[in-house]
Design a protein around this ligand. Structure first.
Ligand code: AMP
Length: 181
């Protein structure tokens, strides 16, 4: 039985600020899947993120079920994890994309269902827009399936331009997102 993200990460057990191995930047990654055994895929992905070089898993959210937004197919299972990493944003994005590929991610058409979708949501308070990477993630602040798990594990989370994210979640509350037991 694979661990669920919050079991793997120890939800609610914040490491002390001076915990060893907590160097690096505070990063949030969004996970989603709507093909195959989505919960098991997300548990595998959390374990793989924790094993990335220079990276520690700080905590993981509960799993949530959400109706597809900008995607086709069945409902998604979503979660968010907080990492500390000394990887650069480009290195971490490459690792996320390799992990998607390792889980059989295919892109037969735009918005196709996906075995695993990994989004780099926040990388510290960095901002960038390149062809390959936009930080913060451009749709982070309008998607309830990202905001609910993110605010579960980091209620004080801030967007570098928009500030506190909690009001964004209130604005997105009409979107159907259910926390799984
Ligand atoms: P998707 O089809 O949703 O997995 O989108 C992946 C594409 O979005 C890739 O081409 C990425 O380079 C690009 N991308 C831009 N910004 C981000 C981000 N913050 N997190 C993940 N992918 C991103």
């Amino acid at each position: 039985m694979p661990l669920r993200p919050q079991e793997a990460a120890g939800v609610g057990q914040s490491p002390p600020a001076d915990a060893p191995g907590q160097a690096g930047e505070r990063v949030f990654v969004g996970l989603g899947a709507n093909l195959g055994d989505a919960s098991a895929t997300l548990a595998d992905a959390v374990a793989a993120l924790a094993a990335l070089p220079g990276t520690q898993l700080v905590r993981g959210s509960s799993l949530y079920r959400s109706a597809p937004v900008d995607a086709f197919g069945p409902d998604f299972v979503n979660s968010v994890v907080e990492l500390r990493t000394s990887l650069s944003p480009a290195e971490l994005l490459a690792a996320l994309q390799a992990l998607e590929q390792a889980h059989g991610r295919q892109r037969p058409y735009r918005h196709a269902p996906r075995t695993l979708d990994l989004d780099l949501l926040l990388f510290g308070q960095r901002e960038c827009i390149t062809d390959a990477l936009t930080l913060p993630h451009p749709r982070l602040h309008e998607r309830a399936f990202v905001l609910q798990p993110l605010l579960e594990i980091a209620p004080e989370a801030r967007h570098p331009r928009l500030g506190a994210l909690a009001p964004c979640a209130a604005a997105a509350a009409a979107q159907a997102v259910v926390r799984l037991p």
